[in-house]
Design a protein around this ligand. Structure first.
Ligand code: FAD
Length: 471
């Protein structure tokens, strides 16, 4: 392989942009192929690279006790473009890292467009990449265009690559009645970019909640097409009407939980349920309804959401909807460097590999970029240790569930990063720094802190040799 040959990346989303950045910063030329705006997906709305199609949150930024916060920190240490752009475009969101979506995508687009080693080709790759592209990263995401998805399906012999996710509505801030709603973060949590009063809260009493559940259950849903009926939901992104069908109290224990919040308009009365809205842009003019993914018909969404106290006159910048998610049976199809076993010149990255979420997709893009750079420059690179968040995620994707796949129907499911993916500690902390015996929640927190500390030590060791590092 010649070093001057570019690595081709298909898809300029979170994973594709991060992979391009990692390659270019390791002096490997890149051609990034992005089909928008010539061809749009069902969810993207702009021609920007790294567009966030739904929530504007990268979730918790707590690097000590949250696995995704730890992943943020590892990405910062590995000079991630996506984390750099997120940090530079942060909006208040309690302990979460949330971003101004326009500013974030603009920052990524500008960095990619101006890098001298990256060329952008605005075109759809509508089949297998040409034979003379000897190193390709496919990062076309959950909405991979149908001709490419079909070509991959034929190549891998997979019968099905899809399941469903749903997206939540966004409301214009000025149309929310703040004489009913109030600003407060749950338990007044401040976090790195927050003030303790970052969410808008809309209270429901018991009668209003029961009426809301009745309305959800009776509402008209978007009907399933025949090919959709056997496709399951990702459990972390259930539509609210599906949650309501699972039990009348399910929402009150999920996205509508009232805990850690006090209504200043009625300090003597606890709300029975609360709908939270989170700031969606830097200006603070848009707020999204947290956890309110839905497949209700648009007219029904407007009618029912306006029964929520404070949202009686809400205007919606975007309503919720359903989308399809394409992902590979990765443990069976990819090797430990994310290459397709059947055609190793093709490497995969992002959500199509079966990770879930913006951060995880970008992290797998980061690894794919580093693996491709190491291959191009003929420098050996071992995988990050499984004790790191990157290594744990990679191990889940390339190693998870392989026995059960062989034994029967596909069991590999997309997964957010979580501490359950990390190898256990050789010694679990039993006492605090002051010598007290740890119990219950305190012990769980101490364990997470120890897992995070081990991860960062191991990551630094892995990264310290650059692409030549040994584990
Ligand atoms: C509707 C929806 C809502 C979601 N909500 C959330 C959320 O709230 N939070 C969260 O963390 N994650 C969410 N996700 C998951 C989210 O998409 C992924 O986490 C993340 O965007 C995946 O990154 P990616 O780089 O793999 O794919 P993407 O960011 O989707 O990027 C893929 C890119 O490839 C391009 N492309 C596709 N096919 C071709 C082709 N043949 N040729 C050239 N270019 C092509 C697309 O135009 C796109 O720009 C959601 C996904 C969808 C679809």
């Amino acid at each position: 392989m010649s070093r001057s040959n570019p690595v081709h990346i298909v898809g300029g989303g979170l994973a594709g942009c991060e992979a391009a950045w990692q390659l270019a910063t390791h002096n490997v030329p890149v051609v990034l192929h992005e089909m928008r705006p010539l061809r749009q997906t069902a969810a993207h709305q702009t021609d920007s690279l790294a567009e966030l199609v739904c929530s504007n949150s990268f979730r918790s930024d707590d690097r000590e006790t949250s696995a995704v916060g730890l992943l943020h920190e590892e990405m910062r240490r590995l000079e991630s473009l996506i984390l750099r752009a997120a940090d530079a475009n942060q909006v208040p969101a309690g302990g979460a890292l949330a971003v101004d979506r326009i500013g974030f995508s603009a920052a990524v687009t500008q960095a990619i467009e101006t890098h001298p080693l990256i060329a952008i080709d605005r075109a759809e790759i509508d089949g297998l990449p040409p034979d003379d592209w000897d190193s390709v990263i496919v990062a076309t995401g959950p909405l991979t265009s149908p001709p490419l998805a079909e070509a991959i399906r034929n190549l891998t012999g997979e019968s099905s690559l899809a399941f469903f996710d749903a997206i939540a509505p966004i409301v214009h801030r000025e149309t929310i009645d703040m004489s009913v709603a109030w600003l407060q973060s749950r338990y007044d949590k401040t976090g790195p970019g927050g003030s303790g009063a970052d969410y808008i809260n809309c209270p429901l009493d018991r009668e209003q909640y029961e009426a809301f559940i009745d309305a959800l259950l009776a509402a008209e849903k978007v009907s399933f097409k025949e090919w959709e009926t056997s496709t399951p939901y990702f459990d972390g992104c259930l539509p609210i009407e599906v949650m309501a069908e699972r039990g009348r109290e399910t929402l009150r224990h999920g996205p509508m939980k009232p805990f850690g919040l006090t209504n200043p308009h009625q300090a003597d009365r606890k709300a029975y349920a609360v709908v939270q809205l989170r700031q969606d842009n830097r200006l603070g003019t848009l707020f999204n309804m947290v956890g309110f993914q839905t497949k209700l018909k648009h007219g029904e969404q407007v009618r029912i959401f306006r029964t929520i106290p404070g949202l009686e006159r809400a205007e919606f910048a975007r309503l919720g909807g359903l989308h399809r998610n394409t992902y590979l049976n990765s443990p069976l199809l990819l090797d430990e460097r994310l290459r397709l076993r059947a055609m190793p010149r093709l490497r995969f990255a992002g959500q199509i590999t079966g990770c879930e979420g913006y951060v995880e997709s970008a992290a797998i893009g980061l690894l794919a970029g580093r693996f491709a750079a190491a291959e191009r420059t003929a420098v050996p690179l071992v995988s990050p240790p499984a004790t790191t968040a990157h290594g744990a995620l990679l191990a889940h994707i390339t190693g998870g569930h392989i026995e059960t796949i062989d034994a029967g129907p596909r069991s590999f499911q997309p997964m957010n990063i979580n501490f359950g993916l990390f190898p256990p500690l050789s010694q679990t902390p039993t006492r605090s720094a002051s010598g007290e015996r740890l119990r219950g929640a305190a012990r769980t927190l101490a364990k997470k802190r120890a897992l995070s500390a081990r991860a960062l030590t191991d990551l630094d060791r892995w990264a310290s040799g650059g692409v030549t590092a040994a584990a």
